[in-house]
Design a protein around this ligand. Structure first.
Ligand code: PAF
Length: 284
């Protein structure tokens, strides 16, 4: 059975209020739709941890810094609802722009520091857009738990910081990246790749795995970057926005993996920007 589609804040509030009165717990999975198995793994986790689950679908204009990217973003509401049917979620919240940003909307949520690096340095305003919409979704759904994929690891850390700083009583749960058989991290953007570009894109994960393994053996990222970048270029990648190792919690740039660290990459393939990150084994 498909879940009820809720389009207004008022309807959503009436639902969540009755759940709260009945002592239920609420889990939210914020998405921009075009659902794939990565999203569905978040829904499955939400079902395990909460008695009621809301999936939100809103293509948030405030987090796009490129109008073409916003226009081309896949919108597949009907198909998304169909994919969610087997999870028996309690509501699919699909607000429109006027529900989220009514006339006169003037507030911006901005998380300093964590957003200066990686995607924040390449996509002006992106994380302000994410922090603003996610704080609204937390408040609108009054969720106890919220589920985010580690695929967008920087986003996960930004959202955690925002919820802590604003005293929003939600537990942010990070869930492992789900990959295609060839290793490519699942992403709604993969739909924008031609078959040929899609096949080549798998090299990103291969190169990241090889690099992370060497970092775990004590190599320095500066000594590995040239080879990794050459492998990516040879596979057909264009611009490399970044290939960096950073600490797990604070996203500080590091050269050697002597503390919990992750390797992060953002690269362009045939006009599509792909991001990925993996854990680096700690070097002894
Ligand atoms: O990861 C996403 O799909 C979006 O950034 C999110 C968290 C739904 C906010 O719009």
């Amino acid at each position: 059975m498909t879940a009820p589609i809720v389009r207004t804040r008022a309807e959503l509030r009436a639902m969540t209020r009755s759940w709260r009165q009945a002592g239920e717990t609420i889990g939210v999975v914020p998405t921009m739709g075009a659902l794939h198995d990565g999203h569905l793994s978040l829904v499955a986790r939400a079902k395990e941890m909460s008695t009621r689950v809301i999936v939100t679908i809103f293509v948030n204009p405030k987090q796009f810094n490129n109008p073409d990217d916003l226009a081309n973003y896949p919108r597949t509401e009907h198909e998304d609802a169909r994919k969610l049917a087997r999870f028996a979620v309690d509501a699919i919240y699909v607000p429109d722009g006027a529900q989220m940003y009514p006339d006169g909307f003037a507030t911006n949520v901005s998380v300093a520091g964590l957003t200066d690096v990686l995607c924040g340095a390449h996509r002006a305003g992106h994380f302000d857009g994410v922090a603003t919409v996610v704080s609204k979704l937390f408040l609108q759904t009054s969720a106890d738990f919220a589920f985010f994929g580690e695929k967008d690891f920087q986003q996960l850390q930004v959202v955690r910081r925002m919820a802590r700083d604003l005293d929003i009583p939600v537990e942010v749960v990070g869930c492992p990246t789900i990959r295609e058989i060839d290793g490519l991290a699942m992403s709604s953007r993969n739909l924008l790749l031609s078959d040929q570009a899609r096949a080549r894109a798998a090299t990103l994960h291969e190169v990241m795995e090889e690099t992370a393994e060497k970092l775990g053996q004590g190599a320095l990222i500066t000594d590995l970057r040239a080879v990794a970048e050459a492998r990516l270029k040879a596979a057909g990648f264009g611009e490399i926005d970044y290939l960096e190792m950073r600490t797990h919690d604070t996203l500080a740039l590091i050269e050697a993996a002597r503390e919990p660290a992750r390797l992060f990459a953002a690269v362009w393939m045939a006009g599509v920007r792909l991001i990925d990150n993996i854990e680096v084994p700690e070097a002894r």
